[in-house]
Design a protein around this ligand. Structure first.
Ligand SMILES: [Zn+2]
Length: 183
């Protein structure tokens, strides 16, 4: 549900000036959602092909973080961010305790019951039910952040006073990749 600030004051007493005069508390603010504190976390396995260390099968504890920049409105908030948290928690649940597979990598061979991934002279074979197939070329924190942002932009309806959303995916505490979109 988008709030349309451009209509604020429409139809009310006070003449045309009330249509263009912003309220005194109309100023930019930032909401921050910390994935670790808000339990938007997941544990997963991945491979970064070609990397001297991360080319070996390994796992991380991940967290999905978000910031929402916008104008605070007459109701004192930018937006009710509970829906954003619930949506991000749903993505974390989808990825939790899975092998992250970048299905756009041509080395990935998806079969009926298994996923075979041949890279750098190594052959990995996973039960398909243990995998999550992502529309990515590599399951780095950077591409995971882009994946989450794309989902958020597709599914979450932000009010018009929201100016920018950023998504960060942490691979362990204190290190992660961020991306964002301005409106
Ligand atoms: Zn890793």
């Amino acid at each position: 549900m988008r709030r349309d600030w451009s209509r604020r004051g429409s139809g009310q007493a006070g003449g045309p000036e009330s249509l263009i005069t912003p309220p005194s508390y109309h100023f930019p603010m930032r909401l921050e959602i910390n994935g670790w504190a808000s339990k938007m976390t997941f544990s997963a396995t991945h491979i970064i092909p070609g990397h001297y260390k991360c080319g070996r099968l390994h796992g991380h504890d991940y967290a999905i973080n978000a910031t929402i920049d916008g104008d605070i409105g007459p109701d004192g908030v930018i937006m009710d961010f509970i829906s954003v948290k619930e949506f991000l928690r749903g993505i974390a649940d989808e990825l939790d305790h899975r092998v992250l597979i970048p299905k756009k990598d041509p080395s990935v061979n998806i079969q009926k019951n298994s996923v075979i991934y041949v890279r750098e002279g190594k052959t990995f074979q996973f039960p398909k039910e243990d995998c999550v197939l992502l529309d990515l070329t590599i399951c780095s924190a950077e591409e995971l952040a882009e994946f989450v942002l794309k989902r958020v932009l597709e599914k979450v309806d932000f009010p018009k006073n929201v100016r920018r959303i950023e998504i960060g995916v942490d691979e362990g505490k204190g290190q992660g990749a961020w991306t964002g979109k301005s409106f």
